[in-house]
Design a protein around this ligand. Structure first.
Ligand SMILES: Nc1ncnc2c1ncn2[C@@H]1O[C@H](COP(=O)(O)OP(=O)(O)OP(=O)(O)O)[C@@H](O)[C@H]1O
Length: 475
């Protein structure tokens, strides 16, 4: 076995093994910018020729920079929160035992204080103390940007803490009856905090870290219920209220549940990404929202109009980029846009201007491309035209079903730029299989599996969940 010092060095040895003739081929490939194929083929050849290489002069490929975000609470995980919120327990316990140890309670009793007012005043005192402590904890945590506070709705946190501090005070009252010395109570109190934190983490960590833990999904459902109840829905162009789709079974097959009670509220200007494996129900959801199929139950409101009754009104202000390009091969790009622009009630100069701008925005204007028949277009051009059609007439709600599927990286980047520019002043729902696409385009992301959201959140926050949990479903 000979040693070749670098892929492009070691001339004698390489020539001996016939590398010279190969490297001519490899260089040709490299010149064509097919670096990857060239280097792979080159390595295969060397392996076959029994030559090993030392990558002495080969540098690592530069990687995209990532923002360092220090969330030190995550270093301790749920333990941090359990320990901090429980810290008042030993304080309350020792305070109660201190009054018992110093016979202060008896003194007060002697002076006429009965049990009822004593416990009531003690309870109110500890309630105020606990409330102040928790408020400080929440404000401090929110100010330094801890995820625990940022990602959970404050109203839910208030209810949780209120119930928790009441239980903690009641428990301290109970435990205080078993102790008569402060030192023992303090030691046991702190051991309890430390031990129960560890035990709780051990027993409950699975639920806390389970990506399907539905806290945000529940809050989304509550938001939708409130919005529908209060008829305050103008700030949310898209509201899906418990939308459900079951396809009836055929040829002896059972019914198929495609979308299971989907609740979602989309504010103006948000691009929402639905990410999920094949067959998750994304297209069924879009088909219901666009009126192609009827929901089995539930409904949705688009700009305040009900999809069950006002679909015609909704269509005038809605754009759709379907999963597969639905285009006439013999019409030009411009003709498509003129046609769909007219359907959106554009006329005369406004229509001509809108079509021109639209062609420019998707790079189909210059060189007269927009005036060529669609059958001459590449896949990327057809996809860009489909996106342009979805945006013509300035619709306030746009659905894009896997807009970049099947495109090469260059066409995909072009298309992403179009969508990024179009995001302003619109609500966009976009389905995709690509985490990268979701990160680039979406402000919020829902991971959709088996007809329901497994989690909702910011694409950057959900990225690890997608890779960890959905990777399981996808691959
Ligand atoms: N017309 C239909 N009749 C019966 N079942 C259907 C029908 N359309 C879709 N389904 C089923 O409903 C489920 C959801 O399908 P849907 O096309 O909505 O998923 P999807 O997430 O859009 O998938 P993809 O990413 O492949 O487009 C699938 O199991 C599919 O087989």
């Amino acid at each position: 076995m000979r040693l070749l010092r670098s892929p492009y060095g070691g001339g004698d040895v390489a020539r001996e093994r016939g590398v010279a003739s190969f490297s001519t081929q490899a260089n040709a490939l490299l010149r064509k910018n097919l670096t990857f194929q060239a280097s792979n083929a080159f390595l295969k050849f060397l392996k076959g020729a029994g030559v090993t290489m030392e990558f002495k002069f080969v540098k690592e490929t530069p990687k995209v920079g990532t923002k360092f975000r220090l969330d030190f609470s995550s270093l301790l995980g749920p333990l941090f929160f359990t320990w901090v919120v429980q810290l008042l327990f030993p304080v309350i316990l020792t305070y109660l035992v201190y009054e018992k140890q110093q016979k202060l309670k008896i003194m007060m009793k002697i002076h006429g204080l009965t049990d009822g007012p004593y416990w009531l005043i003690s309870y109110l005192y500890f309630l105020l103390l606990s409330a102040a402590y928790i408020i400080f904890f929440v404000i401090f945590g929110s100010l330094i940007g801890l995820n625990f506070f940022r990602l959970n709705d404050y109203s839910i946190q208030v209810v949780f803490y209120f119930i928790y501090i009441n239980l903690q005070i009641a428990f301290a009252f109970l435990v205080a009856s078993f102790f008569s010395t402060v030192n023992t109570a303090a030691v046991i109190g702190y051991i309890y905090v430390f031990g129960s934190g560890l035990l709780g983490t051990f027993l409950l960590q699975f639920f806390v870290e389970d990506p399907s833990f539905p806290s945000k999904i529940i809050s989304q459902r509550e938001l939708v219920e409130n919005l529908v109840m209060e008829k305050n829905i103008s700030n949310y162009p898209v509201i899906s209220d418990n939308l459900r789709k079951v396809y009836p079974g055929r040829d002896g097959n059972p019914d198929k549940l495609a979308v299971e009670g989907l609740s979602l509220a989309l504010p103006q200007g948000e691009c929402f990404g639905m990410l999920g494996p094949n067959g998750a129900g994304k297209t069924s959801f879009i088909h219901m929202m666009t009126g192609l199929i009827k929901p089995t139950s539930g409904t949705a409101y688009v700009q305040g109009m009900d999809i069950r009754t006002d679909m015609d009104g909704i269509h005038t202000n809605m754009g759709v980029c379907p999963q597969h390009d639905l285009l006439w091969e013999t019409l030009t790009g411009r003709e498509h846009l003129l046609f769909y622009g007219r359907l959106k009630n554009l006329k005369g100069d406004a229509l001509t201007k809108a079509v021109e701008e639209s062609l420019k925005s998707v790079n189909l204007f210059y060189g007269g491309v927009g005036d060529k028949q669609v059958r001459t277009y590449s896949g990327g051009m057809k996809r860009r035209l489909s996106v342009a059609i979805s945006l013509i007439g300035d619709p306030k709600v746009v659905y894009m079903d896997e807009p970049s599927t099947g495109l090469d990286p260059d066409s995909r980047n072009n298309l992403w730029n179009v969508v990024k520019r179009a995001k302003k002043d619109r609500a966009i729902i976009l389905t995709t299989h690509s985490m990268e696409e979701a990160e680039v385009l979406c402000d919020r992301l829902g991971i959709f599996v088996d007809g329901s959201f497994q989690c909702l959140g910011n694409p950057k926050e959900e990225a690890h969940l997608y890779t960890n949990s959905l990777g399981f479903f996808l691959f």
